[in-house]
Design a protein around this ligand. Structure first.
Ligand SMILES: [Zn+2]
Length: 458
């Protein structure tokens, strides 16, 4: 009897305290007071004392902590990762939080520069997400644009834009009654013709493949740009477009704009565009010891023409996708490798300006080289630096290359199948000993071949 009465008294008191002094955070597995304080811009001492604890107190999953410093904000603080098309305005609209409050909670200095995958803290209440009106009727005056109409009607400019998407041309006709019907009820900056755009991985990684996948309920075509690279979209099926793009192994880590442009169809009219930064992080590649090579083999006059020949081939994009599964390894001994992709290289002590652009296999002269996936041979000849070289086009801008061979066993134009012998390992070209050097190129950029063997793209 006494125990029952006690619990009746304690529970309401705990919840009153949580509501009175700010938003709460529910402790997750592995959390520490110090870590939670870091996320919410406070310190462990303040967080602890605000909750009647000390910095050394034990916290456990499921425990509620009141987070100091967010007066006027209520609800449970949850984190979500920014998706393509999310802006601070659209997140505020979706979760019923003032944009300014979101900016303050997240210490966002530049609201227009939320990057893909950025963790954003959202206060979630019982009313979240806020219901959107199903339709709005707005009459524009002469010369009014979206912002003016939004100001006059007290609507969030982003909301007005979302409901009139995709064409702003509607606003150029004065005195037109515009019915903002519920067909465009989206709480991100994507138009009605795009359900979602997934970018993976986020952040992008040096020397790895970035996949941009769009879900399209209706006729739409996409073009795009990541940094200075044009993206090539292809249809996977009736409702999905995919672009694959390699991130250069030497690209400086940082933020790079991903710009997507939507068209009414392939070769159609431009109806929408959006730009969001993507974070590129280091691939964590090691630095190899300085290598000594004959000086002329790193002389641009010597290597340049050959590099240009390779570039002219691997920058082409054929529309037909010839592969459908993860790539097989072209060489033998696939549980250890003579040299991995990405390691930084310094030739003759001139600086770490180079990197290893492929994967080296053990296995000496005469070992068979097998095609890793279906494709078409687009180069098979003896080159000065690369030696006997074969390049296979797998479609969609995906190419594989096989260097230093002792013998070529295919010719340009041949269609090859997975497991077919295309040549023999050798030591031709700029090498210190016979081996197979295998490269995978994605959108004109070499990537770590192992990721193409470990899983299927797209
Ligand atoms: Zn190599």
């Amino acid at each position: 009897m006494a125990i029952a009465c006690l619990s009746l008294i304690v529970l309401p008191m705990a919840s009153v305290r949580a509501q009175a002094s700010g938003p709460i955070y529910i402790v997750k597995e592995g959390d520490t007071l110090w870590g939670i304080a870091q996320v919410f811009g406070t310190d462990a001492e303040t967080l602890a004392s605000n909750n009647g604890l000390t910095p050394n107190s034990t916290i456990f999953p499921g425990m509620s902590l009141v987070i100091p410093g967010f007066e006027g904000v209520e609800g449970e603080l949850q984190t979500l990762d920014v998706a393509f098309g999310d802006t601070l305005d659209s997140l505020g609209l979706r979760y019923g939080v003032e944009t300014a409050a979101l900016a303050r909670i997240n210490r966002v200095v530049n609201p227009s520069r939320l990057y893909l995958g950025q963790p954003v803290i959202i206060p979630v209440t019982a009313e979240t997400p806020r219901a959107l009106p199903s339709s709005l009727a707005v009459q524009s005056a002469a010369g009014e644009g979206i912002v003016q109409v939004a100001v006059r009607t007290g609507l969030n400019p982003w909301l007005v834009r979302a409901f009139t998407s995709p064409s702003e041309a509607l606003w150029t006709i004065p005195q037109e009654l515009i019915l903002l019907a519920g067909t465009a009820r989206k709480t991100n900056a994507l138009p009605a013709t795009l359900d979602a755009i997934e970018v993976s991985p986020a952040p992008a990684v040096q020397g790895h493949t970035l996949e941009v996948r769009a879900s399209i309920p209706g006729p739409v075509w996409l073009e795009g740009q990541l940094g200075d690279r044009a993206l090539n979209f292809h249809s996977v099926d009736d409702t999905h477009l995919v672009a694959l793009q390699g991130i250069h192994a030497l690209l400086e880590p940082g933020l790079y704009d991903l710009e997507l442009r939507g068209y009414t169809g392939q070769g159609g009219e431009l109806v929408w565009s959006f730009r969001q930064p993507v974070r590129v992080v280091s691939g964590g590649y090691p630095f190899d010891p300085v290598l000594s090579v004959p000086p002329e083999t790193i002389d641009p006059d010597y290597t340049g023409p050959e590099d240009q020949l390779i570039a002219s081939i691997i920058n082409q994009v054929t529309g037909e996708r010839l592969w459908s599964e993860a790539f097989a390894f072209p060489g033998t001994y696939t549980d250890s490798f003579a040299s991995r992709f990405g390691s930084r290289r310094n030739y003759n002590g001139t600086g770490y300006d180079y990197y290893h652009s492929g994967l080296d296999f053990y296995g000496g002269t005469g070992t068979p080289i097998l095609a890793p996936a279906p494709g078409r041979v687009v180069l098979a000849e003896l080159l000065k630096v690369r030696g006997n070289t074969t390049i296979i086009d797998h479609g969609w801008g995906i190419f594989t290359a096989y260097l230093h061979q002792s013998e070529l066993q295919v010719t340009v134009g041949d269609r090859v199948e997975t497991g077919q012998i295309i040549g023999l390992v050798g030591g031709t070209g700029r090498v210190t000993g016979p081996h197979l050097h295998w490269e995978v190129w994605v959108g004109g950029v070499p990537v770590d071949p192992i990721e193409w063997a470990e899983g299927a793209f797209p």
